[in-house]
Design a protein around this ligand. Structure first.
Ligand code: AMP
Ligand code: MG
Length: 324
């Protein structure tokens, strides 16, 4: 079975062709804001402008290799409305063009499924941290249940916002990580865990304020240490509660080496195993949508055109995991 997948919930327009063994081909076009953060309408415009090239490239590869897609998967949500609509429109056209089923994929579930596929984790507690989402989840009774999540902004957004406030360009995550390596001391910042949920908005603002008085590298380091400790605390409690022996880190912020190191230490201390998919599968990519579409299709799912409307607030636990 071969599935064509299309991702474009935010900054990355990406199309891919996968089968059960691996990624056959992937092509992406990345939106980089001229200034500030991601502007939803501009990002959608970017996706529309690059759609023909990105999709055309993957289809040309599929033709040349004699690989005809058996289904078309697309990121139905959550994400930025204008971006989602651009992607869904293209996916509907492709499904009609090839007369193959359409599959609306939940973007968060796709991060989890591609992570399991590429890291070898079987039944992990999942920490999913990205530009828009921060959730700790585990599969229970046919759904990825959310054990804890952010009450305001995501960790990626908190770091990016702070980075912009001190003059670093978007996305700030990698730049903050690099600066943090040069730090000399920890500056106390607000640590906010409420039950199993997290709050990053006040932390981001406090870091911006601290940067007016302290060394930038020290603030970057302190922001990371505080935010990541909060995430590790909630992940550890989710593991204990759900009785999971594995933890897997996914999402764009998962590229951060310090976060991986902290989670790995926590897992070692619990006698559990830590899983980290290869970096290219961490940020948004078309392969994760194609692969999740493949799992859905194999379990008999499809999305009729009438049900293919975009879902900007699509929750991870809304998805019945019929393929596990
Ligand atoms: P995603 O939404 O999953 O594509 O992830 C994008 C987010 O990942 C942005 O907020 C980036 O700043 C963040 N990110 C990427 N690389 C790193 C890194 N090395 N450390 C921290 N955050 C990162
Ligand atoms: Mg994502």
């Amino acid at each position: 079975m071969i599935v064509f997948g299309l991702e474009g919930t935010a900054w990355n327009l990406s199309a891919a062709l996968v089968d059960e063994r691996g990624v056959l081909y992937e092509k992406s076009a990345t939106y980089v804001p001229a200034k500030g953060g991601i502007h939803p309408r501009e990002a959608a415009q970017h996706h529309a402008e690059h759609m023909a090239k990105v999709v055309g490239d993957v289809l040309a590869h599929s033709r040349e290799s004699g690989l005809r897609p058996d289904a078309i998967a697309f990121s139905q949500g959550p994400g930025l409305g204008p971006c989602l609509r651009t992607v869904a429109t293209a996916a509907r056209v492709l499904s009609q063009r090839f007369s193959v089923p359409l599959l609306g994929v939940n973007h968060c579930v796709a991060h989890i499924e591609v992570g399991k596929w590429q890291s070898g984790a079987r039944d992990p507690a999942v920490i999913y941290v990205s530009g828009a989402n921060s959730q700790v989840l585990a599969l229970r009774q046919g759904r990825y249940r959310i054990f804890g999540e952010t009450l305001d902004i995501s960790i990626g957004n908190a770091i990016d916002k702070f980075a912009r406030s001190v003059g670093l360009s978007h996305p700030g995550g990698p730049k903050v990580e690099e600066l943090a390596l040069k730090a000399n001391r920890y500056i106390p910042l607000p640590y906010t865990v409420k039950g199993m949920d997290l709050s990053f908005s006040g932390l981001s603002t406090a870091a911006t304020e601290a940067a007016k008085k302290h060394d930038l590298a020290d603030v970057c380091y302190s922001l990371q240490e505080t935010a990541f400790a909060m995430l590790v605390e909630v992940t550890e409690r989710a593991m204990a509660h759900a009785e999971k022996k594995e933890t897997m880190l996914v999402g764009g912020v998962g590229a951060n080496k310090r976060l991986g190191e902290m989670l790995n230490t926590m897992c070692l201390e619990r006698g559990a195993r830590f899983y980290l998919p290869p970096r290219k599968f961490m940020g948004d990519n078309g392969s994760m949508i194609a692969y999740t579409g493949l799992l859905m299709h194999k379990s008999g799912r499809q999305t009729p055109i009438e049900e293919s409307g975009v879902r900007p607030n699509y929750r991870t636990d809304d998805v019945a995991v019929t393929w596990a």
